[in-house]
Design a protein around this ligand. Structure first.
Ligand code: NDP
Length: 317
């Protein structure tokens, strides 16, 4: 384990495996060099960049267990090419992240954080907080109608919103209208919720053209990855009122947030807390532990990612 993870993961793995806590070493680089030849599995969170250069330091590597459903920090193509299984934590966080997304929608559209700032600053005495925007009669466009996207859609329906979506293909088992292009989705919706994976394939998918299509009454919500939205184009669209506002849980260079965003009042900013409840982080942590315990017992991993499906056995050491 290169960097500290949740106590449930550290303790669960320390009990059952020969766990190396690299971050505890006086010289982590020397400690890594000392154990790299023996390591069969690595446990990582989003804060560890597991690219090919890092992974190839472990000649006996069979498994990389990621804490999180998004594994854009791991080079899954390298893992696939080298017979290494990558696991993530899908499913157990869908409802939590969807709750966060709807929280951001409400906070942004109804300007709830700004209203609270108004009260705390003692300004209520001088006058009511200005009227906000509304969800009534609005359409939500979901970019990435996957596990979390569907949980967002379910909630949006309960709020009376019309739901439409865009992905690389139309899904036959959903009743929401499919928009074959992202610009078409942005044009047709009032609130654009981004919930695709990160990585090279989705980099800057939401660009200046998409924001222009969203338009001056449109709101952007990003709970996916900062890389999916062109951050410079977003700042410009917010400054020039090309769009009405934005609610963001993720940023291109976390934990750095562009000062230009901090200066704007019509954005709501969260420090990547989509899945961050005790309940859900425990469920994610347990899945990391269970994937590694399966590997240790030479059983199939519970949740391999699409690039590294279970092939019946782990790579020979
Ligand atoms: P899924 O794989 O279930 O869904 C991803 C969706 O994105 C699919 O519907 C897919 O549709 C769509 N998609 C993928 N690539 C593209 C593309 N190039 N263009 C358009 N659509 C695309 O993933 P989850 O719902 O489980 O998770 C989604 C992401 O949410 C994670 O990868 C992670 O980055 C982010 N996340 C953020 C969290 C936070 O704390 N803010 C917490 C958890 C996850 P199709 O295949 O039809 O294109």
């Amino acid at each position: 384990m290169p960097k500290p993870m949740a106590p449930l993961v550290v303790e669960g793995l320390a009990r059952a495996t020969d766990l190396v806590k690299l971050w505890e070493a006086a010289d982590p680089e020397a400690a890594l060099a000392g154990v790299a030849g023996d390591v069969g599995a690595i446990a990582v969170g989003g804060h560890v960049r597991a690219d090919g250069a890092f992974l190839e330091r472990f000649p006996k590597l069979q498994l990389v267990a990621n804490f999180g459903v998004g594994y854009d920090a791991i080079d899954a193509a390298w893992a696939e090419a080298h017979g290494v299984v990558v696991t993530n934590t899908p499913g157990v966080l869908d409802e939590e992240v969807a709750d966060t997304a709807l929280g951001l929608v409400l906070a942004t559209v109804r300007q709830l954080p700004a209203a609270e700032r108004h009260l705390r600053a003692g300004k209520w005495i001088d006058g009511a907080f200005p009227l906000s925007h509304t969800l009534r009669g609005r359409t939500m466009g979901i970019l990435g109608l996957g596990r979390i996207g569907k949980a967002v859609a379910k909630r949006a329906e309960a709020f009376g919103l019309t739901v439409i979506y865009h992905g690389r293909r139309q899904q036959q088992d959903v009743s929401y209208r499919y928009c074959p292009t992202l610009v078409g989705l942005a044009e047709a919706c009032d609130i654009l919720v981004v919930i695709t994976p990160g990585g090279a394939e989705t980099r800057n998918l939401v660009d200046a053209e998409v924001l222009k299509a969203l338009g001056p009454t449109g709101i952007l919500i990003n709970v996916a990855r900062g890389s999916v939205v062109d951050e410079d184009a977003l700042v410009e669209a917010l400054r020039s009122k090309t769009i009405l506002g934005a609610g963001l849980d993720v940023f291109a260079e976390e934990p750095k947030v562009p000062p230009a965003l901090l200066d704007l009042d019509h954005v709501v900013l969260l420090p990547h807390v989509g899945s961050a409840s005790h309940h859900t982080r425990d469920a994610m942590g347990q899945l990391v532990v269970d994937n590694i315990l399966c590997w240790q017992a030479d059983r199939p991993p519970l949740t391999p990612v699409a690039e590294t499906p279970w092939q019946g056995r782990y790579k020979a050491m």
